[in-house]
Design a protein around this ligand. Structure first.
Ligand code: GSH
Length: 314
């Protein structure tokens, strides 16, 4: 029904603008363009009481129970920015499946901060989002003073300092430096951050390709390095015997092992395995967990450039 409506071209010119932005970064297909229109139509439908989706759909998170609501009056459509941030809350510009955003979300949850999620369709970004972050990347935080903070580790440190009731970054300068060094290591190593995702996909999807054995060896070696980080001090978590910032910074990538069927690589790293089990018990981790099936559903659409991807299972 939605696609049929989209095919009739009922989108407004503002909505079409945001498609043009999309065209600069992602190759579209006719199917994907129809999907773009579908997402726009759904945004309009949301204003009439349907479920708000990406491109500015506001999701209020006032407690641990997720709840869809429109704190600024009504859900936003693809072309208009959400209203100003009410006092006592904070906006998180997000994409459900983004591991960087997961870092920020898990800290918001762990600190029980009241926040509102603004879902951004990263394959069909609204113009106004570039005013929040000229790079067009999520996560971005916006507080009620209209201060904008991006880059996931910076958003997390900002939250840690602004809401100090429960601190996750060590106050001891050396311990803090150690956490930052470990994060840098993670960012730099071949499987760090987005390379990690590419590697997951390569190992998962290609049955056989040149260099696969070497890739798997490298992957295992890097996991072993992180195993040593735990084995050396014999602690349960990377920063000691309770969860700290570095655990939350690394966690989102480890959650990808299951959807990409890479958990077998943990057979040789018992420390990492028990770290993962301990992390899975953490209430903030539980509150932000994404179902493996949903992740793969999103990923399949995303890699096809399907503009519905970021809305998958929202
Ligand atoms: N270094 C940034 C990376 C953020 C990032 O790459 N986010 C991705 C989503 S997972 C994004 O916004 N991509 C949109 C794009 O590349 O256009 C951080 O740590 O926050």
């Amino acid at each position: 029904m939605v696609a049929a409506k989209a095919a009739t071209g009922e989108a407004t010119s503002g909505e079409i603008n945001s498609w043009s932005l999309h065209r600069t970064s992602v190759e579209t297909t006719a199917g994907a363009e129809a999907a773009a229109a579908a997402s726009v139509t759904r945004g309009n439908q949301a204003q009439d009481g349907g479920e708000p989706r990406g491109n500015g759909a506001l999701q209020t998170k006032a407690s641990r129970t997720p709840k869809m609501a429109a704190p600024c009056g009504k859900p936003q459509d693809g072309s208009s920015a959400p209203g100003s941030v009410p006092e006592g809350t904070i906006h998180l510009y997000s994409m459900k499946y983004c591991p960087f955003t997961c870092r920020t979300r898990v800290i918001l949850e762990a600190k029980e901060i009241k926040y509102e999620t603004v879902n951004i369709n990263l394959l069909n970004k609204p113009n106004w989002f570039f005013e929040k972050n000229p790079l067009g990347l999520v996560p971005v935080l916006e507080n009620c003073q209209s201060q904008l903070i991006d880059e996931s580790p910076i958003t997390c440190e900002f939250l840690d300092k602004s809401y100090p009731a429960r601190r996750f970054l060590p106050t001891d300068p050396y311990q803090k430096a150690k956490q930052k060094m470990l994060l840098e290591l993670f960012n730099k190593i071949p499987w760090g951050v987005s390379a990690f995702i590419r590697l997951c996909v390569a190992v998962h999807s290609a049955m056989d390709f040149e260099g696969k054995d070497k890739l798997e060896e490298e992957f295992q070696a890097q996991l072993n390095n992180f195993e040593q980080e735990l084995a050396g001090p014999k602690t349960r978590f990377f920063g000691g015997d309770s969860v700290t910032m570095i655990d939350y910074m690394l966690w989102p990538w480890f959650t990808l092992l299951e959807p990409f069927s890479l958990s077998k690589f943990l057979e040789l790293t018992p420390g990492l395995r028990s770290w993962m089990q301990a992390m899975q018990q953490d209430p903030a981790v539980k509150a932000t967990a994404t179902d493996s099936k949903a992740y793969l559903g999103f990923f399949q659409l995303y890699t096809q450039g399907n503009l519905e991807a970021c809305d998958y299972s929202l």
